[in-house]
Ligand binder design. Structure first.
Ligand code: FMN
Length: 150
């Protein structure tokens, strides 16, 4: 536990939901996901908005491979597109085995303490992963640039 530092990686992907996921479908998903992530030492965040998921998972390379295999196999979504996988010095979302946020009014999940700050508008130097999740959460990938240019 306190010996040599284990190399960590983070993996971020986007996917399309097959249909609008219900509260109970998300509850079931999170229950299974959190149990496996806990076992694998994987942490991260999952966001849902208007038919799209974006998720970042962090852990050892082998644990990410195992967890990602389950993610890819889940029929709740498709068109899973890996955006970024890279070595990391420390976990960005180490507080959560899998934090979840949704813009869907049909989803009622308690907000994880501290997650809003991690998803707030980019300020200063941020990792590419935080830029991605923050852009997704704060109103779409293109909006911010339109405002900046206009
Ligand atoms: C959007 C999305 C995110 C997921 N995130 C995780 C995850 O973080 N960890 C994990 O182990 N499985 C994850 N899964 C997979 C499901 O939790 C799991 O495979 C599914 O609920 C079936 O459970 P079972 O494989 O135990 O039968 C995800 C699936 C989807 C659709």
């Amino acid at each position: 536990m306190w010996g040599a530092r284990v190399p960590l990686e983070s993996l971020t992907y986007m996917s399309a939901a097959i249909h609008r996921p219900s509260q109970s479908e998300i509850e079931h998903l999170l229950e299974r996901a959190r149990a496996r992530n806990l076992e694998e030492g994987v942490t991260g965040v999952l966001l849902y908005s208007d038919g799209s998921f974006i998720q970042c998972i962090e852990g050892t390379s082998a644990s990410l491979d195992r967890v990602y295999r389950h993610i890819l196999a889940d029929p709740l979504h498709h068109r899973v597109f890996e955006i970024l996988r890279e070595p990391i010095e420390h976990r960005e979302f180490g507080d959560w085995v899998m934090a979840f946020r949704s813009t869907g009014p049909e989803h009622t999940f308690e907000a994880e303490v501290g997650l809003s700050e991690r998803l707030s508008a980019p300020r200063g130097v941020m990792s590419p992963v935080r830029h991605l999740l923050s852009a997704f959460w704060n109103g779409g990938m293109g909006h911010r640039f339109q405002v900046a240019v206009g």
